[in-house]
Ligand binder design. Structure first.
Ligand code: NCD
Length: 327
């Protein structure tokens, strides 16, 4: 454990947050507390009986107004492995399509007394609005182009697993920074933990104000990837662009896609990450996506552990039960 992390082991501390809106609100100790807790929960998923009674009697509502495979399933699996009751509402099947406002939806959900609502929404800031209108805890599962804190945390957990530290690393993030909530959460998280983040992509995808988050904007992919410990690629968020901001996906792949040749510039032990869903052949060549440096599926595995930890820390599960088997 290196300097910054030795000072903040995250042990014996309470998670001081009722809600989780973003990495922006989390201190180094908060982040380490989540990652340490997640690590202690990870083995539950490897057991034959993948269930502990920690959150028995708690009600978790997944309220997803945007498509999701990984995040929604991951929160649901996390809650079920902790014995909470989970319910899923997605936009297509909700009264949002009938014109109900988010506040009205919130008040009706609150009337059924959930303990936590996990919200994915296309509007930045929607989790704050929800939290002002319900008593349940709110966890942001992605709000517009703003933040996706549980993804940031699972990315940090994955890097910590592979690199043994989170400080002093060179993290390259390549692609659609402007529209990516994952990029914002990752930049905030890795910078807070003492790593350096380098960004590259088409100019239309790199907002100048991103350097205020502490990241360095590079003039080329090669500059960002050279000697990097971590190469993170992002999907182009076409759903957040009214007019396409790049001429074509083929051209994007040629200049900004990560393939084996570009990856040679990174450190020999560099890892390749992607939050998913991957557009194969666009932001990542298939051989790199499936190659030995890729930790994409480790990210997914860690996602369950991080979400178990978040539910536990936010819902205050009964201590002592977390490491035990089914009862
Ligand atoms: C990301 C998201 O929804 O922001 N996906 C995810 O949650 N794993 C990234 C993306 O959609 O490209």
């Amino acid at each position: 454990m290196t300097g910054l992390m030795a000072e903040h082991t995250g042990q014996d501390q309470h998670f001081r947050h009722q809600h989780l809106f973003g990495i922006e609100q989390l201190s180094v100790s908060d982040i380490l507390l989540v990652l340490n807790t997640a690590r202690s929960f990870r083995d539950i998923s490897a057991r034959a009986i993948k269930k502990v009674p920690t959150l028995r009697g708690k009600t978790v509502v997944n309220l997803f107004f945007e498509p999701s495979t990984r995040t929604r399933l991951s929160f649901e699996i996390a809650a079920k492995r902790m014995s909470a009751d989970t319910f899923n509402i997605s936009s297509a099947g909700s009264s949002a399509v009938k014109g109900e406002t988010l506040i009205d939806t919130a008040k009706n959900i609150q009337a059924m007394k959930p303990d936590v609502v996990i919200l994915r929404h296309s509007s930045s800031g929607a989790p704050y609005l929800l939290a002002r209108n319900i008593e349940a805890a709110v966890i942001n599962a992605g709000d517009g182009a703003h933040e996706h804190p549980s993804q940031g945390l699972l990315d940090m957990m994955t890097v910590l697993d592979h690199k043994g530290r989170l400080d002093g690393l060179k993290i390259a993030i390549i692609g659609d920074i402007a529209h990516s909530r994952v990029a914002r959460s990752d930049i905030l998280g890795f910078v807070r933990m003492g790593s350096e983040v380098f960004l590259a992509g088409p100019q239309t995808f790199i907002p100048p104000e991103v350097s205020r988050l502490g990241a360095t904007v590079c003039g080329s992919v090669a500059e960002a990837v050279r000697d990097a410990d971590v190469v993170m690629t992002l999907r182009i968020q076409l759903e957040r662009q009214n007019d396409p901001l790049i001429p074509s996906l083929r051209e994007y792949a040629k200049f900004y896609g990560i393939n084996r040749k570009v990856l040679e510039l990174a450190r020999e032990d560099a890892i390749v990450m992607h939050p998913g869903p991957v557009n194969r052949g666009v932001e990542l060549s298939p051989d790199v996506a499936d190659g030995s440096r890729s930790v994409i599926l480790d990210q997914v595995t860690n996602g369950v552990a991080v979400r178990m930890a978040l539910l536990y820390l936010i819902l205050g599960g009964s201590k002592g039960n977390e490491g035990q088997g089914d009862r």
